[in-house]
Design a binder for this molecule. Structure first.
Ligand SMILES: CC(C)(COP(=O)(O)OP(=O)(O)OC[C@H]1O[C@@H](n2cnc3c(N)ncnc32)[C@H](O)[C@@H]1OP(=O)(O)O)[C@@H](O)C(=O)NCCC(=O)NCCS
Length: 197
């Protein structure tokens, strides 16, 4: 388990945890919410969109969900199967009791493409749990995870129109480097957040 509830938000006792089978029902509800806002469609380039397309059909069975959870956890390993061009990543879920609320992924290194767009860290919060400070808290708690991976400054990118994500990054000390196309690129120091576990 990573981290703990955060102060300064109404994040309550939610915490960052490695993906776990026990939240299957709330995960399914969260994915249904994301689908409703268009995630997982053929044109959705996001990580969650790709996973909805790849794994979504199997999530409702206990075995299928367990396989997905194992696959996500295995992504920390260099030798785990992963899509072409992807690098190892530590995937963490924001969970309160048995309620899945969101997720954050820390990629262990940059590729030329991630350096352009995508960066070290990506996150999303289920629509019904937004605007409660969760993404801000998740990023804060993920920074020590990145630090332990040897990342001293994490690249985090967001769409120029994504006001919420921009706030999340800036709240965590992100410094704007530049704009590339429709994306803003920030460097977030990993050593200045909470000490974490
Ligand atoms: C971006 C996202 C992760 C934010 O999650 P969240 O848990 O709602 O964020 P927070 O509650 O921590 O809010 C962070 C800040 O953004 C503001 N904010 C949140 N949603 C907002 C919105 N729709 N419009 C304007 N500001 C918003 C909050 O008021 C807060 O501002 P503050 O720090 O000044 O108080 C969430 O909207 C999401 O999952 N979006 C889809 C996926 C995505 O865009 N991921 C990021 C990719 S770069």
């Amino acid at each position: 388990m990573y981290g703990s509830g955060s102060s300064g938000t109404d994040a309550g006792v939610a915490e960052l945890r490695s993906p776990l089978e026990g939240v299957q029902q709330s995960f399914l509800a969260a994915m249904a919410e994301l689908r409703e806002e268009g995630r997982g469609g053929p044109a959705d380039p996001t990580e969650i969109g790709r996973e909805i397309r790849t794994f979504g059909a199997s999530w409702s069975s206990a075995d299928g969900f367990a396989t997905y959870v194992r696959w996500l956890r295995d992504q920390t390993r260099e030798d785990a199967p992963r899509p072409e061009g992807h690098v190892p990543a530590t995937n963490l879920w924001w969970v309160e009791d048995d309620q899945y609320l969101g997720r954050i992924a820390v990629r262990h290194r940059l590729t030329p493409q991630l350096r352009e767009v995508g960066g070290h860290i990506g996150y999303d919060v289920r629509p019904s749990a937004r605007r409660r400070g969760y993404a801000t808290a998740m990023l804060r708690l993920a920074l020590p995870v990145a630090r332990r991976l040897g990342i001293t400054s994490a690249l985090v990118t967001c769409d120029i129109q994504n006001v919420a994500s921009r706030r999340v990054i800036q709240r965590n000390g992100g410094v704007l480097e530049d704009r590339r196309g429709s994306k803003l690129r920030f460097w977030v120091p990993t050593g200045c957040g909470d000490a974490g576990p």
